[in-house]
Design a protein around this ligand. Structure first.
Ligand SMILES: Cc1cc2nc3c(=O)[nH]c(=O)nc-3n(C[C@H](O)[C@H](O)[C@H](O)COP(=O)(O)OP(=O)(O)OC[C@H]3O[C@@H](n4cnc5c(N)ncnc54)[C@H](O)[C@@H]3O)c2cc1C
Ligand code: FES
Length: 261
């Protein structure tokens, strides 16, 4: 794995929904080689607070413009400081890191299931699938309310079928996005492949649905990280083949491998 350390220049850092920011960085090398599902490990402050880098999925790339975007939610000290970054400031970026999604041959339909900020890596995957295949991408967006439903129009424009579920029923189906997944699988007899990213409870439910129906499924997992390079074992998850490091063995794992605790 080629690891790149680059100084990323902030191009813009905009709040796209309450506490959700889209950060565009000029990051030429990462923009060229990043694959959907990989992540960047960002040193948010040159000082010691926060001491550790923070991991963020690569949300989109524009190789021709040498740009990489991340989509992030402010949840604590690191992301709060990140939200204060202004154009022209720079960020020490490590990456792209980790193993991303694998695109299997022969799948009849790609079903992407996003819960909350879990949409971040799936947009990169959807763009890439639609560029390669042109169709056959179903994107299920789960959000707390209509204000947090992102990328619906863009995804439709790119050729994806989009369905929405919100917790409060303000848009689309009222209830968990996994309801939409079950409905879709009930209607589709082909050869689907599921990709999911979101809160652990959602991933657990997606796994249960996929395993019951014998459908291949890949999950992008989030775990607290330190080194991001496989050395500290700070990010391990339990799998059927033993403990695995999310930073180098993942963050994407086959759902059939993951043991939820
Ligand atoms: C591979 C990977 C990709 C990720 N991609 C994204 C992304 O695209 N967008 C995004 O918004 N976030 C993403 N995350 C989560 C993100 O790294 C954390 O939200 C961030 O590190 C929090 O830093 P903080 O200093 O603001 O919060 P802290 O002050 O460190 O913690 C605040 C709260 O967030 C929780 N938290 C912290 N780190 C994580 C973590 N790694 N996973 C789950 N919960 C955590 C803590 O338990 C605590 O409750 C990703 C995590 C991983 C491992
Ligand atoms: S964060 Fe150190 S091994 Fe994964």
């Amino acid at each position: 794995m080629k690891v790149v350390q680059e100084e990323g220049k902030v191009l813009s850092n905009l709040e796209v929904a309450t506490s959700i920011f889209l950060l565009d960085l000029r990051l030429p090398q990462a923009a060229k080689i990043a694959q959907p599902g990989q992540f960047l490990h960002l040193r948010i402050s040159p000082l010691c607070d926060p001491l550790l880098r923070r991991p963020f999925s690569i949300h989109r790339t524009k190789p021709e413009k040498a740009e990489v975007s991340i989509l992030y939610q402010v949840v604590g000290r690191g992301t709060e400081l990140l939200s204060q970054k202004r154009p022209e400031e720079s960020l020490d970026c490590l990456g792209p890191l980790g193993r991303g999604f694998t695109i299997p041959k022969g799948a009849g339909q790609f079903i992407l299931v996003a819960g909350g900020i879990g949409i971040a890596p799936l947009i990169f995957l959807a763009e890439s699938l639609l560029q390669k295949k042109g169709k056959g991408v179903v994107f299920l967006i789960g959000a707390t309310s209509e204000n947090y439903v992102l990328y619906k129009k863009e995804l439709r424009c790119w050729g994806a079928t989009v369905e929405v579920a919100t917790d409060d029923g303000s848009e689309g189906h009222r209830g968990p996005v996994t309801d939409l997944l079950m409905q879709r699988l009930d209607r589709f007899a082909g050869n689907p492949q599921i990709f999911a990213c979101g809160p652990e409870g959602m991933l657990q439910k997606v796994t249960q649905i996929a395993l019951q129906r014998g459908i291949p499924c890949q999950l992008s997992l989030e775990q607290r990280m330190a080194c991001g390079l496989g050395a500290c074992l700070g990010c391990v998850v339990n799998t059927r083949s033993g403990y695995r490091r999310v930073c180098v063995d993942g963050p994407v794992f086959p759902a059939s491998e993951v043991i939820f605790e």
